[in-house]
Design a protein around this ligand. Structure first.
Ligand code: ATP
Ligand code: MG
Length: 677
């Protein structure tokens, strides 16, 4: 076995029952998981098919697979499942759709679609309110609360409205033969609870289950874990309560304590050596987290040397901050003879990415943004996917509406309303209703003609794509479909200028390329492909290659990752800790809630600090533009908590320079660096 300390080895070898590895950042928890998978297969005679490892994001799953490929041959990992809870849920439902009351070609709606659905139910344009209702429904689902149970819990008028919406929302999803992301966990749980046969089948199939980042599971995920492992309870969970950062999404650290109660035989293993960071970084992280009340006692030490000084730099504003970080990063790369991929710029809020991206582009520094606005949120991507969804599921109403009206083909609001009315009277989906002969008498001739043209088009492709035995290869179908829609022309018609249209068209080509690759790799037909695509949209986009680029990431999306050099920007009161409340927030504004919020922010800071291996640089802005207003900011309390010396005024030599002067300075830094080499 590759390097493991005694405690890690114990965790890997322990197979007499359930086990929990509870330990701080960088102590090798994820390494225990990969090591244990290799041990189960190589030494204990498990077949890869019996092993399921659950990670938090698709990116983490990929990372785990690549770590495994160093430990095992390809033939040994065939059939191994390494996925997120949600992907596991999709796989489950693809087999058990009937027990869940779904048809095989059910759709997975992403959160934008679901928000649209909620909007159609409560008819408001107040996005804050819509999001608040969506969040509430999601929290209920994650806590296994049904609409009926929610009705009993509701105390305020606002909550009652949400309950009401929850009821209709569920009914509509069912009518669309669709599920949302939360259903991907909830429905398997409900099916497993209801059916002994299904339970036995899955418990028999899964010989060993491993869960990474266990502290961020919600109640529903925990229940799923229990059902899947059954009374044999052959599982290993690893986690760190100090890194619980998804409380706002219904995750509950109580799952750590619950595990000990529900499984009294649970073997608890603690890891204490940190292998990731220098002493300085580790000690700053330890001091910050010491300000939170302790749930579990943990110690963390490192054998690495003291390391570089952690710097804190005060900047005038976010533009100066972004430019300065870009320059320092670029210079450090030369100085340290490092690669771009050794650097990460981390921030609390997505909005901070834009200025940073611009500054990196100015210096021609290659970067990848993770956890930001997704590729799959782009309208051109969603347009194309709507067509695919409609082919895979004739009950997907949001997809029908989008496809029917993009590009414009004479199907407008009046037609859609007539179809909608007809559909609801007869309990049909919109697409089913639209293909009924009776439409001829419901609609004026011109509208009917436009509609039936579209319907013929759809059924022609459906016959070739999803209906066996005529399934044609996905790549050929995709090309022809896009051609037939006339989508490229449409982009030129609706874009402000040709360049915008070109760039959108390029996005579509990228999408097609990616879809074809995925379909080929897993031998998927269109239906399966479409169900998996929806999933990728949720947390991150799966990229197969890892190019040499700087990583730009939110703190949330950086969980579990490590980088030699980290810049943490915007370390100010109000931003980190983040004090913004989402509008429509119904939480009582009391001290307990506030301190819970600060504690979660502190854990986020801890996550940020502990991503760094060798160097850590913090910046904060004395002024920052927020909601079109420039505000004066104070340095974050977390800096003092890290035990760093009182912040000196800016030491950035480039501050207050013109852009040209900055570039000149950078050039001279770079040439100095290359001479040193
Ligand atoms: P996080 O809490 O951030 O998820 P983690 O506890 O999962 O961290 P890992 O990512 O598994 O920690 O390990 C951190 C780093 O330490 C990795 O680079 C890993 O390869 C290395 N490492 C872990 N254990 C050992 C060991 N016994 N010997 C040498 N290196 C180790
Ligand atoms: Mg980890």
């Amino acid at each position: 076995m590759v390097n493991m300390n005694d405690a890690q080895r114990e965790a890997v070898h322990y197979l007499d029952g359930p086990s929990l590895v509870l330990a701080g950042a960088g102590s090798g928890k994820t390494r225990v998981i990969t090591g244990k998978i290799a041990y189960l297969i190589k030494t204990c005679g498990y077949s890869a098919r019996q092993i399921v490892a659950v990670t938090f994001t698709n990116k983490a799953a990929l990372e785990m697979q690549s770590r495994l490929s160093l430990l095992l041959d390809k033939s040994q990992t065939r059939g191994l499942t390494v996925s997120t809870f949600h992907s596991l849920g999709v796989r489950f439902l693809r087999e058990e759709f009937a027990a869940a009351g779904l048809k095989q070609g059910f759709s997975v709606l992403d959160s934008q679609d679901c928000l649209g659905l909620i909007q159609s139910l409560i008819a408001t344009t107040d996005r804050g309110r819509l999001k608040a209702v969506q969040q509430r429904i999601s929290l209920w689902k994650n806590a296994l609360v049904t609409p009926d149970q929610a009705a009993h819990l509701a105390e305020s008028a606002q909550a009652l409205e949400a309950v009401h919406t929850y009821h209709s929302y569920q009914a509509t999803l069912r009518a669309y033969q669709s599920v949302d992301f939360d259903d991907l966990i909830l429905l398997p749980c409900q099916v497993l609870a209801a059916s002994e046969t299904v339970r036995q089948k899955w418990q028999h199939r899964i010989g060993y289950l491993l869960v990474d980042e266990y502290q961020d599971t919600n109640q529903c995920q925990y229940q799923l874990l229990k059902y899947l492992t059954g009374s044999r309870a052959m599982f290993t969970a690893v986690g760190d309560d100090d890194q619980a950062i998804y409380g706002w999404r219904g995750a509950t650290v109580e799952n750590l304590a619950r595990l000990q109660q529900d499984f009294p035989e649970l073997r608890l293993i603690k890891l204490e050596q940190n292998y990731r960071s220098t002493q300085r970084i580790l000690s700053a992280a330890n001091q910050v987290i010491a300000c939170n009340p302790k749930l579990f006692d943990k110690t963390l030490w490192s054998e690495h040397g003291t390391g570089e000084t952690i710097t804190v730099t005060r900047m005038d504003g976010e533009l100066a901050e972004a430019q300065s970080v870009s320059m320092r990063l670029s210079a450090a790369r030369v100085e340290k003879q490092a690669q771009w991929r050794d650097f990460a710029v981390l921030y609390r809020s997505n909005q901070q990415a834009r200025v940073m991206e611009q500054a990196l582009r100015d210096l021609r520094i290659p970067y990848t943004v993770s956890g930001g606005q997704s590729f799959f949120d782009k309208s051109e991507v969603r347009d194309v996917l709507a067509y695919l969804r409609l082919l895979a599921n004739d009950a997907d109403d949001p997809a029908f509406i989008r496809a029917a009206t993009t590009p414009r083909r004479g199907i407008g609001q009046a037609t859609l309303q007539a179809i909608g009315q007809y559909a609801s009277q007869r309990q049909l989906s919109m697409r089913q209703a639209a293909s009924e002969q009776a439409m001829a008498s419901v609609l004026p001739a011109r509208q009917f003609e436009a509609l039936s043209g579209f319907m013929t088009f759809v059924s022609r492709f459906e016959a070739r794509s999803v209906k066996p035995p005529h399934q044609e290869p996905v790549d050929q179908l995709l090309d022809e479909l896009i051609q037939a829609i006339g989508y490229e022309n449409h982009l030129y018609d609706v874009s402000s200028d040709d360049r915008a249209a070109q760039s959108k068209w390029q996005t579509v080509l990228d999408l097609l390329e990616w879809l074809k690759g995925r379909a080929k790799e897993s031998d998927w037909n269109l239906e399966t492909l479409v169900q998996h695509v929806a999933l990728v949209t949720m947390l991150d986009r799966q990229t197969d290659e890892s190019p040499d680029t700087v990583t730009l990431s939110t703190l949330h999306a950086a969980k579990g990752l490590e980088f030699p050099h980290v810049f943490l920007i915007g370390v100010e009161e109000g931003l980190l800790p983040h004090l913004g409340r989402s509008s429509g927030d119904e939480e009582p504004n009391d001290a307990a809630v506030d301190s819970a919020r600060i504690e979660e922010e502190r854990r986020l800071m801890y996550v940020g600090i502990t991503r760094a291996q060798r160097s850590l640089h913090l910046t904060w802005c004395a002024r920052r533009r927020r909601q079109r207003e420039e505000r004066v900011c104070e340095v974050s309390r977390f800096i003092q908590e890290m035990g760093l010396e009182q912040v000196k005024p800016s030491e950035d030599p480039g501050e207050n320079m013109t852009p040209k002067a900055r570039i000149d300075m950078l050039k001279s830094m770079l040439s100095k660096g290359s001479r040193a080499r």
